[in-house]
Design a protein around this ligand. Structure first.
Ligand SMILES: *[C@@H]1O[C@H](CO)[C@@H](O)[C@H](O)[C@H]1NC(C)=O
Ligand SMILES: *[C@@H]1O[C@H](CO)[C@@H](O)[C@H](O)[C@H]1NC(C)=O
Ligand SMILES: *[C@@H]1O[C@H](CO)[C@@H](O)[C@H](O)[C@H]1NC(C)=O
Ligand SMILES: *[C@@H]1O[C@H](CO)[C@@H](O)[C@H](O)[C@H]1NC(C)=O
Length: 586
């Protein structure tokens, strides 16, 4: 087990006289998230990096601002904001900064840094000092599977006159953030025993397509979704980011073996590496399934589909450096196949992160997240103790595009014929994993989704109520779209291995968005940015509905895929050819 913050230093003497204010609890946890246990009390002398996230201004207008630049009906469509405008609009008020700095200085904290976006104050303090500042106690918490230890507390308080000026303070309850984003969509390992480049299904019009029922290759995805193989020189302004969390790392030999099978010209191609919070990669170690699978999957398929477009790998290290979380994204599309149960994180943390994704949308970035692999049972394959389904965050943030999973129905006897006839050969995924889907307990139903979701409530009322999910009809619902997530032929240790997951689906849809951006940039248009208002508005023009299957979980049948939007496959699967037609001209 290793600690997040192992640096122990001499106890720092502090003054003893502090003003006495009435304190109020700022955040509190009722229970520990699944698989975490409280261990030893933290050494009072350990020094921790403290981050105080200040209340930002104008967030109540966030939805309106984002809608203006991403709703095709708006005259400001595509008029994305600069980082400077974003910082200026949302920066905390001087009053907030002053009040918090004053409180901190009364406690002897004077060397305080401000983050680039002005909403986070940073300083170092000993455990004893923070315990006094926040009237709390720090313990080490251990994750039963990874064995990792994190420093956290279960509630903290601030003076009554300060609470209105702050958002959250870390490290406190949020030890389960980034580093503990569960390996979403834990892809199940189904070795198919053969490295079968020779029998790769192709999209050259032959019956070889039938092989896609058992094995998904990049060519299968091109055939299923009507994606041409990219050939032209990409625009220097186009970009595609994939986020991974250390210690998960991709393997170079596997990447080349994958390219050799499917896109030989790409052999030797590597992602542009960007380390975030000390994220590191170990690209040539012997392949270890748990450590390599997510990165191998995302990069092999993501890079192949957009080649020769380059992909940027944002490799995030293991720190709980929360508040500036999304600031590092500089690409026009970003795909993340990681997440965690919404119920396991604090509402304030989820809202803060979601607002960071909103800011990316304002900048013209399309942010995509997968919805997890256990149907209605979220990321840990379990309902809450009181039987509630588990929606998955960040997919439930209304400012991201949430991607679920489908598969080719195994009863399809002639896939080529089905596709030629314009039939939907896919159903909600039922082999090995189930598509995450459901309703947020934190985020309200966004306007772009209102018609689709309310029609689902009236036409296909589920057999559950508030005992199982947020059935108010006022909650953000996921997924938005879905893409095949079964039998992906990921090369692991030199062998093609069948991998399943919404993890697989997400970078594939992201790749399609990258290709549409390519056409838009070539025509002098801005990137697509936040997709959902246009996705819902034009679904009828480019989406093939998925009407069969369900997403059972935690002993229930989950929800059913039905005509129109549903909480299993969202609106359905994209037809890229049609998507291009609709989206390139917006
Ligand atoms: C399609 O491609 C495969 C593999 O490259 C090849 O074996 C097959 O003959 C091709 N079929 C047609 C109809 O061109
Ligand atoms: C699911 O939760 C129940 C109690 O709420 C517990 O008994 C069970 O072990 C959990 N299962 C998993 C897979 O975590
Ligand atoms: C599948 O359908 C295609 C196109 O309709 C046809 O050419 C082919 O012969 C069919 N394959 C089989 C095995 O029936
Ligand atoms: C359901 O969602 C709405 C809208 O976000 C929220 O106000 C309400 O508290 C949620 N209900 C539950 C039980 O989580």
């Amino acid at each position: 087990m290793h600690f997040l913050l192992p640096a122990f230093v001499a106890f720092i003497a502090t003054t003893s006289a502090f003003p006495t204010y009435k304190h109020v609890v700022r955040e509190k946890r009722d229970r520990l998230p699944a698989k975490w246990a409280k261990r030893a009390k933290m050494d009072a002398r350990a020094v921790l990096p403290v981050r105080v996230s200040l209340k930002q201004r104008n967030l109540e207008r966030a939805h309106e601002y984002l809608d203006e630049v991403s709703n095709p009906a708006s005259s400001k469509y595509g008029k994305h904001w600069s980082v400077k405008e974003i910082t200026k609009t949302f920066a905390p008020s001087d009053e907030s900064s002053k009040a918090v700095l004053q409180w901190l200085s009364e406690h002897g904290f004077v060397n305080i840094r401000t983050s680039g976006a002005l909403h986070t104050l940073e300083f170092e303090a000993s455990v004893a000092e923070i315990e006094r500042l926040l009237k709390t106690e720090y313990y080490v918490y251990e994750h039963s599977e990874s064995g990792k230890g994190y420093v956290a507390c279960e509630e903290y308080s601030v003076p009554a006159h300060i609470t209105e000026h702050i958002n959250i303070i870390t490290p406190t309850l949020h030890f389960d953030v980034k580093p503990h984003m569960k390996k979403r969509d834990v892809p199940n390992h189904v070795p198919n025993g053969e490295s079968d480049a020779a029998s790769t299904p192709t999209s050259n019009g032959s019956n070889d397509m039938q092989g896609c029922v058992d094995r998904i290759t990049p060519d299968c995805l091109r055939a299923l979704y009507n994606i041409p193989k990219a050939t032209s020189k990409p625009s220097p302004d186009n970009s595609f980011g994939i986020v991974e969390y250390s210690p998960n790392t991709y393997n170079e030999a596997d990447l080349d073996a994958f390219f050799a099978n499917y896109t030989p010209a790409a052999v030797g191609q590597r992602p542009i590496f960007k380390s975030i919070n000390s994220g590191s990669i170990d690209v040539d170690n012997p392949t270890d399934f748990d450590n390599n699978i997510e990165s191998n999957l995302d990069l092999q398929f993501g890079m192949d589909l957009v080649y020769p477009q380059k992909v940027t790998l944002y490799q995030v290290g293991a720190t709980n450096n929360d508040a500036s979380d999304a600031d590092f994204i500089k690409t026009k599309v970003v795909s993340t196949s990681w997440g965690q149960n919404e119920n396991d994180i604090s509402a304030a943390y989820a809202e803060m992160m979601c607002n960071e994704y909103m800011k990316l949308g304002l900048q013209g970035v399309s942010v995509l997240f997968s919805t997890a692999d256990h149907g209605v049972a979220g990321n840990t394959d379990n309902c809450t103790d009181d039987g509630q389904f588990q929606p998955d965050f960040p997919a439930t943030c209304p400012y991201v595009t949430a991607i679920g999973a489908t598969q080719i129905d195994r009863s399809t006897t002639n896939l080529t014929a089905a596709l030629a006839a314009g039939d939907q050969p896919e159903v909600a995924i039922y082999q090995t994993i189930r598509s995450g889907g459901g309703f947020s307990n934190l985020f309200a139903l966004p306007s772009y989704q209102q018609a689709a979701v309310s029609s689902w409530f009236s036409n296909s009322p589920p057999p559950y109520g508030a005992d199982r999910f947020n059935d108010t009809g006022k909650a953000r619902a996921v997924p938005d779209l879905s893409v095949n997530g079964a039998n992906y032929q990921v090369v692991m240790g030199g062998v093609a291995t069948s991998i399943y997951g919404t993890s697989a689906s997400t970078p594939v849809f992201a790749a399609m968005v990258v290709m549409v951006n390519e056409a838009r940039l070539a025509a002098g248009k801005p990137s697509l940015g936040f997709l959902n208002p246009a996705v819902y508005k034009y679904a009828g023009k480019f989406v093939r509905d998925v009407v069969e299957g369900s997403n059972p979980g935690c002993g229930t049948d989950g929800f059913e895929a039905v005509e129109g939007w549903d909480p299993v496959t969202g609106l359905g699967t994209p037809d890229f050819g049609k998507m291009m037609e609709v989206f390139k001209d917006l």
